[in-house]
Design a protein around this ligand. Structure first.
Ligand code: UDP
Length: 339
């Protein structure tokens, strides 16, 4: 059983990846500082897997603490690095915190991994690196554009750092960069899911909280974009599908099928949906009428982006399986367990 360190493994995507890794026969080990996640996630994981997942309460930016984890665990076959701050708006308010945490933790990890002979890395990147693309869908060869937020810049910087480190002749790092589109939904068991702290920034938790009566109404950020109904287009991928992409990426690294450098994959469905389509699909999936109104555009939003998912399918054999409707139904089921 190969041991995989999952930084940010108590987070939204990380926790779903832990489940898929364990169910695929890997031994996930969580490293999380719980700055944006809750200990209750561990109980959810236990309920799904029927056993405890080892968890180190450690900040990835703390080199000594991280060394302690590698030393204690021994024999780590690879790392999936999820741990990062992810709120676009907050990153504008607290840019230093974002650079420090997102870039700093990667630097620390890249420093510590070779000390323990660990050469395989899967890194959580984002479609935000494409900025506002000139053509759709975006392929991995689509040029990146200047980021529209410090958050986006940290993802671009992290990608650059990984390329530079992999290119250094003394280094044996092999990395798969996964550029996520918009993850939504929750595990079918409704034992784990998204746990936004405070008011959600993201569309789907805002929708489910509105339907649950926690928020009064959803504001749709603009309906005057050059899209089919005027609202933004995004590529919404079910979080369990996204989690499975990590399993195949890890498998590829451990099987030595990846080149000795960096490979980049879009992880999306390959389809775009407008905000209004998501609202309508949610109403259908939940049987609830959603209270919403149209508001002004949100600064920094790109009009439309969705993935060309061909490379992940041909190279990784990865294809999403869950429909938008089923993804939203799982999000609603999860919300209902939260009360
Ligand atoms: N959105 C919205 N109202 C909200 C939150 C989000 O209309 O309260 C829209 C947002 O403008 C974007 C889409 O939903 O077009 C997805 O936003 P989210 O923040 O979930 O992800 P992003 O694509 O920004 O990473």
């Amino acid at each position: 059983m190969s041991k995989i360190l999952v930084t940010g493994g108590a987070g939204y995507i990380g926790s779903h990846a832990v489940v898929e890794l364990a169910q695929a026969g890997y031994e996930p080990v969580i490293v999380d500082d719980f700055s944006n996640s809750k200990e209750s996630v561990l109980a959810g994981l236990r309920a799904i897997l029927g056993r405890d997942v080892p968890c180190h309460h450690v900040d990835c930016g703390d080199a000594e603490a991280l060394r302690g984890v590698f030393r204690q665990e021994g024999n780590i076959a690879g790392v999936i690095h999820f741990a990062a701050f992810k709120a676009v708006g907050e990153s504008v308010q607290k840019p230093l915190a974002y650079f420090h945490n997102n870039v700093g933790s990667l630097l620390t990890l890249l420093q510590v991994m070779p000390e323990f002979g660990v050469e395989n890395l899967v890194f959580s990147s984002s479609c935000t690196v494409y900025g506002n693309p000139d053509a759709l869908p975006v392929t991995e060869a689509t040029p990146t554009k200047p980021a529209t937020s410090p958050y986006g810049r940290t993802k671009q910087m992290c990608e650059d750092i990984v390329h530079d480190v992999s290119g250094a002749s003394s280094n044996k790092l092999r990395t798969i960069l996964l550029r996520y589109f918009n993850p939504i939904g929750a595990h079918a068991s409704a034992k784990i899911g998204e746990l936004p702290l405070g008011t959600p920034n993201n569309l789907v938790p805002f929708i489910t909280q509105t339907a649950a009566g926690i928020r009064e109404k959803l504001t749709i950020f603009g309906d005057d974009y050059a899209t089919p109904d005027g609202t933004n287009v995004r590529d919404y991928i079910h979080v369990v599908d996204l989690a499975k992409a990590h399993v195949v990426a890890v498998q590829r690294l451990l099987d030595r099928k990846a080149p000795d450098t960096v490979e980049t994959f879009n992880v999306g469905t390959g389809h775009g949906n407008t905000v209004l389509e998501v609202v309508q699909a949610f109403e259908q999936a939940s049987g609830q009428q959603l209270n919403y109104s149209i508001g002004p555009r949100r600064p920094g939003d790109v009009p439309a982006i969705y993935a060309d998912a061909t490379k992940a399918e041909t190279v990784l054999g990865f294809k999403t399986e869950t429909s938008l409707l089923d993804s939203l139904a799982s999000a609603w089921k999860w919300q209902q367990t939260l009360g």
